[in-house]
Design a protein around this ligand. Structure first.
Ligand code: AMP
Length: 220
């Protein structure tokens, strides 16, 4: 069983790393943003309620988000664990998560604020398979096409500069305070987000593999 949280500001690279970790450790990535965007596209009742939050970069109501997550983690593919990407984002969500389960590790990606706006504006996503690219730092092999499924790439509506700045402010006000909460609990590791995609991934793998080392040391 392995339960992870990937934490960090918008466009720190949470989704990219969560997808790679998902492959390596065989546990699903649960990205609240992806689930919400999908609900909006499918025009489900949740999607109708949440659309205006997504459009403006505000956080959706805790009760809706917590319900979404609790249903998702109850699905059979989560039996060996999961990677939470974009949840929790408020102290209320963190408390609800703690009532639900214990998390093994919080991987906190640390990135200079100045860099985040540029990264978000350069981000391209595949609407078919959710692969993430960046025109500068991680371009697709063929311009504008997904490497995995060849679908045309799109830009997220909320990756416009004004919305990005709002999302960063929301992060600072409501989400960043969770870092000290997790640090006090003792299961948070800082990850240097400037190390490139492979460098960030290696730091995460070392931290995760260190967990089983700890367990072995405890049992021997
Ligand atoms: P993301 O793809 O993680 O950047 O999320 C995109 C948007 O989805 C955010 O700007 C919020 O409007 C909404 N969202 C995602 N995760 C959460 C969450 N845990 N709580 C509230 N709103 C969220």
């Amino acid at each position: 069983m392995l339960k992870l949280i990937i934490f960090g500001p918008p466009s720190a690279g949470k989704g990219t790393q969560a997808q790679r970790l998902s492959k390596k450790y065989g546990i699903p990535q649960i990205a609240t943003g992806d689930l919400l965007r999908e609900a909006v596209v499918r025009q489900t009742p949740l999607g109708m309620k949440i659309k205006s939050y997504l459009d403006t970069g505000r956080l959706g109501p805790d009760d809706l988000i917590v319900q979404l997550i609790s249903e998702r983690v109850a699905e059979p593919d989560c039996s060996e664990g999961y990677i939470l990407d974009g949840f929790p984002r408020t102290m209320g969500q963190a408390r609800e998560l703690e009532r639900m389960t214990e998390v093994d590790l919080v991987l906190n990606i640390v990135v200079e604020f100045e860099e985040l706006v540029g990264r978000a504006v350069g981000r391209r996503i595949c609407p078919q398979c959710a692969a993430v690219f960046n025109v500068k730092s991680n371009p697709p092999r063929v311009d504008g096409r997904c490497d995995r499924c060849e679908s045309p790439l799109t830009q997220r509506d909320d990756d416009r500069e004004d919305t990005v700045r709002n999302r960063l402010k929301v992060y600072m006000d409501q989400t960043a305070p969770l870092i000290e909460h997790f640090r006090t609990k003792g299961n948070l590791v800082d990850i240097d987000g400037s190390a490139g995609i492979d460098g960030v991934f290696d730091q995460m793998v070392r931290a995760i593999d260190g967990l089983s080392g700890q367990t072995q040391a405890e049992t021997h």
